[in-house]
Design a protein around this ligand. Structure first.
Ligand code: HEC
Length: 135
């Protein structure tokens, strides 16, 4: 009985740790990306540029360099990175929901398709979404 429970839990943990979707599967909505655009303009553009191509010291958030940094990682990793260290002059300023909105905008600007459901704000859920530069 106990052993069976342990096996069951191990199975659940293994499934939870797996990426089940990728950024190509339509993981955010157009509406969410639009909210993200507004936030990006207020909180990120001063350093990363209004077109996301980077600034004097801040790196670009679009393009081949950015995507190759993140390919193989998950949207959850990018979410945590942003949530914990950005905006660099005031880390942690944005709520989880706001970070998800900004991330939706970043995904849209990197050419990933929109979908029918919003990007979640729970890290564990976002860790199931793989970042792949190419489809
Ligand atoms: C005060 C300037 C500043 C602001 C504002 C700012 N950033 Fe940054 N950001 C940086 C700098 C500098 C780096 C590189 C050094 C570092 O990682 O801390 C960076 C790095 C990043 C990275 C990692 C890029 C990579 O290639 O791995 C991401 C993602 C990011 N920022 C997202 C954001 C988002 C989203 C916002 C708005 C919520 C934001 N930043 C606001 C300065 C800024």
């Amino acid at each position: 009985m106990t052993a069976r429970l342990a096996v069951g839990l191990a199975f659940v943990a293994a499934v939870a740790a797996q990426t089940t979707r990728s950024v190509w599967d339509g993981v955010y909505t157009a509406e969410q990306a639009k909210r993200g655009l507004t936030l990006y303009g207020k909180e990120c553009a001063s350093c990363h540029g209004s077109d996301l191509t980077g600034g004097e010291s801040a790196p670009p958030l679009t393009g081949a360099g950015f995507l190759s940094n993140w390919t193989g990682q998950t949207v959850g990793d990018l979410f945590e990175r942003t949530r914990q260290s950005m905006p660099q002059n005031n880390p942690g300023k944005l709520s989880r929901a706001q970070n998800a909105d900004v991330l939706a905008y970043l995904l849209s600007m990197n050419g990933f398709p929109e979908g029918k459901a919003e990007l979640d704000k729970v890290t564990e859920v976002l860790k199931q979404i793989r970042i792949d530069e190419k489809k």
